[in-house]
Design a binder for this molecule. Structure first.
Ligand code: ZN
Length: 882
């Protein structure tokens, strides 16, 4: 069979203008303004005198002029909320220093000096959770991206790499455990009830990788011998009482270490690897060298308190942070515009790891679902940015699904184009070339070109251009010649600051199915490079069925002219499990978008029911995949496609389809639920799959017969010996108006009253309920004694869940929008980083029908009008209003 490439006219290419510059705000930082640091800090010694109320820090910096930078006799030290209590240069009081805003400028006469600075910190009142803070009686740090400057005046930028020695002392009773980066090199006890420890990290690192933990902690310990024979002591540190819930995290760590050796050839490089779980944490976890610090929700897991999804998240995040030891720590970022260099690559690595630990096919579908629900809306909204942004005001706002998840997709495409072996050669070269350096995305791309033998000249556009490319594939068949022609057109939508786009290079995996035999003659990867081009294939007596973007080979929005019959065919027969899932999703999507205008399409609904029935009956797929295939698309994804959308109309259409399917498939869903209910609990795929289909069956049945399903869900709840079944049943119950609902919610709360992570679930289950009184419930829960604005997990459990519940957030009264704006205003002074994360929900107003859109904008304006706003919230609100 031949493949003929026929580059057609290229309309997009003629008018390629360079992107217009973004409007400049006073404190906008620009990628192209990068200058190397004038001073380097090869060594830093830190001394901490620890206390929850007051911690004194003394730092001695060895500084020397950077031979590769323009000479500047002033040492610029970043500070945030710091005062220098003592400042010495070469042992003598410093002269001529000044403050520039919160930064310290220190003139230095020579080429090399020793600078000593003392600062005083107040961890107990640090509610931002950046720098040194107190959590549950312990002290811990978060320095990425710019938290170190809240501990010590320092050139707090990732291209200044230093060797750290950390000595800390503190009360033995309050802080029995003292941890920092590297290995412990000395320790001792003093007579006054204090003790001290000294930690040395031989690997030069940027300040954002510094970490310290002090507190009453217990460890699960284990060991790992690296491929080079290094014996590493492993410990997962938690609060006393939590140690029984660390087994899975430890197993995940050991699996990660082994996997990175086997798959990427990466070996661990210290004798100690510590993980600490803390309950107050802005993000998921942090890859500090040798001392990873985690949000408890990504460490603690046991069957009674964690769902299968939680177990997976622990495995994925433990892997992610461990993999950073090479992709992030050994090779770090030159500046924060390069964030995707470490995050995109590391997300890809954790995705590959999880795929290898479980089911590759299911993992791929999950990752695409996340991309579509979180990244696609970002990429088409006011906060769209390339995976390597060109400017920012507050870098914390750029820890986004674009930098992380789209960044991973971009590197995944390189891997698809190169193949696994060549890709490995590329990554080997990257690590070898840049070990010990602060590198750029360009360095990565170059290493991939040289090591993997790819030409990535056009591919660099994936780093430069924001926006999800829209690709349209039209197929024609010529019966006389037996030729099939695919006409492929692409368009990258305009995004803020980038009105005109160039065509992207897109590896598009396709297969052409014979309708009769249900097979195809091999998968092909089309290399799309132009705005419009055609591909021709011979040997088709009959028009084939096109299966395109198999495995989701490119992060694009694909449009084809597939008929419902084609999609039904692919949903039943595609041998690519992602494509099979996708065909079903497209059928759902068509039906749901169509139903909001013109009501249900009877033949299509019937076809969907039949396809779903086939999925339930198919013995060739396992339950994990079956559960995936039975899931309807999320409203937040449908909003993207419908824009401007009426979210409640979409919700109602989705409920109607669920009810229809639940009714049509009642017998089979009930049988599925019965069959799955007999499977005993274990963590293996069969048992997990059974739990997954159980909940999916309940969700569909609940829409069809509330009373009967409530009985079934209650029975599942009461019989449950694990959190997956219990939470699944309670979530279904919580959406129903049945007497047992309140009773089970109360039971759940009482049962887990002392477990913060499960109480988070209790809040989230109620905030996600598809019920008319959900906003009342959220308001009541905000006044519950277990609610606090100080704990990001709790705030997210209630309010992020509500914002993600279209039925609640988009309530026609506008009350959901008001509640989120109120939250942002109230949380901003406490924790600006977490507050800013809620703004994008309101920023999606352009996707929503005009009446609601106006109310969303009004709430953004109300936030913008507040007298004092953090840089974090200010940036997000201003951009969202544009
Ligand atoms: Zn990361």
């Amino acid at each position: 069979m031949d493949i003929a490439r026929n580059p057609a006219s290229i309309p997009g290419n003629a008018s390629l203008a360079d992107a217009a510059p973004e409007p400049t705000a006073p404190d906008t930082i620009r990628r192209l303004d990068y200058q190397p640091p004038a001073w380097l800090v090869p060594d830093i010694a830190l001394e901490f005198d620890l206390g929850i109320e007051l911690t004194k820090v003394r730092a001695t910096l060895t500084v020397r002029q950077n031979p590769d930078a323009a000479r500047d006799q002033t040492l610029h030290l970043c500070g945030d909320n710091l005062a220098a209590m003592d400042l010495l240069v070469d042992g003598n009081p410093a002269e001529g220093w000044s403050m520039s805003g919160s930064n310290l400028l220190l003139p230095l006469p020579g080429d090399a000096h020793e600078v000593t600075i003392e600062t005083h910190l107040h961890p107990a009142t640090n509610s931002q959770l950046m720098g040194l803070y107190a959590s549950n009686g312990m002290l811990c740090t978060q320095c990425e991206a710019e938290g170190f400057r809240r501990i010590m005046f320092f050139p707090d930028r990732p291209d200044v790499l230093s060797r750290y020695t950390v000595r800390m002392k503190g009360d033995r009773g309050a802080f029995p455990i003292l941890l920092s980066n590297g290995d412990m090199t000395a320790s001792g006890e003093d007579e006054d009830g204090t003790h001290w420890a000294e930690w040395t990290d031989p690997w030069p690192k940027p300040s954002y990788l510094f970490a310290l933990v002090a507190g009453d902690l217990v460890a699960r310990r284990d060991g790992f011998t690296t491929m080079g024979g290094r014996k590493v002591d492993l410990a997962v540190w938690v609060r006393p009482g939590d140690e029984d819930r660390t087994e899975h995290a430890m197993r995940s760590l050991i699996n990660s270490m082994k996997w990175d050796e086997e798959v990427f050839g990466r070996e661990y490089d210290l004798d100690t690897f510590n993980i600490v779980a803390v309950s107050d944490f802005n993000m998921g976890a942090m890859e500090n060298k040798g001392l990873n610090i985690f949000n408890t929700r990504y460490i603690l897991a046991d069957p009674d308190t964690a769902t299968d999804g939680d177990f997976d998240a622990v495995e994925g995040v433990v892997g992610h942070e461990y993999f950073h030891n090479w992709s992030g720590n050994r090779v770090t970022c030159r500046d924060w515009f390069q964030l995707s260099l470490k995050e995109g690559f590391t997300v890809l690595r954790d995705q590959m790891f999880s795929a290898d630990m479980g089911s590759e096919a299911v993992k791929r579908i999950e990752d695409v679902r996340i991309l579509r629900a979180a990244q696609f809306p970002e990429d088409s909204g006011p906060l769209a940015h390339p995976i390597r942004p060109d400017s920012y005001q507050e870098i914390s706002n750029f820890y986004t699904a674009t930098v992380y998840n789209k960044g991973a997709e971009v590197i995944r495409m390189m891997r698809t184009m190169a193949g696994p072996e060549k890709f490995r050669q590329g990554s080997d070269l990257y690590f070898q070339r840049h070990d010990g350096e602060a590198a750029t995305c360009e360095d990565f791309v170059k290493a991939m070109e040289d090591g993997a033998g790819l030409d990535l000249s056009q591919f660099r556009l994936w780093y430069e251009q924001a926006g999800t490319p829209r690709v349209n594939v039209a197929m024609t068949h010529d019966a006389g010649s037996g030729k099939v022609t695919l006409e492929v057109k692409q368009q990258v939508p305009a995004t803020p600051g980038q009105p005109v786009k160039k065509p992207m290079p897109i590896p598009l995996k396709i297969a052409l199915f014979d309708r009769g035999t249900g097979t195809h003659d091999g998968e092909r990867t089309l290399q799309i490079t132009k705005a419009s081009e055609t591909f021709t294939f011979g040997g088709f007596a009959q028009p084939p069925v096109l299966s395109a973007n198999r495995g989701f080979s490119a992060p694009i929005q694909l449009e084809t002219e597939a008929s419902d019959a084609d999609l039904t065919f692919l949903a039943a027969s595609d041998d690519d499990s992602f494509a099979r899932y996708e065909a079903l999703q497209q059928l759902f999507t068509r039906e749901l978008l169509g139903a909001t205008d013109s009501g249900p399409n009877e033949p299509r609904r019937a076809a969907i029911a039949e396809a779903m029935g086939a999925v339930i009956d198919d013995t060739a797929i396992d339950d994990m995949m079956r559960g995936e295939l039975l899931m309807l698309p999320a409203i937040n994804f449908l909003i993207e496609l419908a824009a401007p959308a009426d979210p409640v109309a979409l919700h109602e259409a989705r409920e109607r389809l669920k009810a229809y399917l639940g009714t049509r498939l009642r017998g089979r869903l009930t049988a599925l639920h019965d069959r799955a209910s007999t499977v005993a609990y274990s963590l293996d795929a069969a048992s997990r799959g059974a739990r997954k289909v159980k909940t999916q069956a309940l969700i569909l049945l609940a829409a069809a017969d509330r009373a009967e399903t409530a009985r079934r869900a209650e029975a599942q709840y009461r019989a449950a010996d694990n959190m997956t079944d219990r939470q699944g049943a309670l979530a279904v119950m919580s959406g129903l108006d049945v007497p047992a609902r309140g009773e089970l919610l109360a039971d759940f709360h009482a049962r887990y009253a002392d477990n913060a992570l499960v109480i988070d679930k209790w809040f989230a289950i109620q905030a996600s309920a598809l019920r008319s009184d959900v906003l009342d419930a959220v308001e009541t829960l905000a006044g519950h004694e277990d609610f606090t604005m100080k704990n990001p997990n709790r705030v997210r459990a209630l309010y992020m869940t509500m914002a993600g519940n279209p039925f609640a957030f988009h309530d026609a009264s506008g009350r959901g929008y008001r509640m989120i704006a109120d939250l942002v205003l109230k949380l901003d002074p406490i924790n600006p980083q977490t507050a800013a994360r809620f703004v994008p929900w309101l920023g999606r107003w352009r996707k929503i029908e005009p009446v609601r859109a106006a109310m969303m904008r009004e709430q953004l304006s109300r936030i913008a009008a507040a007298r004092s706003l953090s840089k974090d919230v200010r940036e997000q609100v201003t951009k969202s209003l544009d």
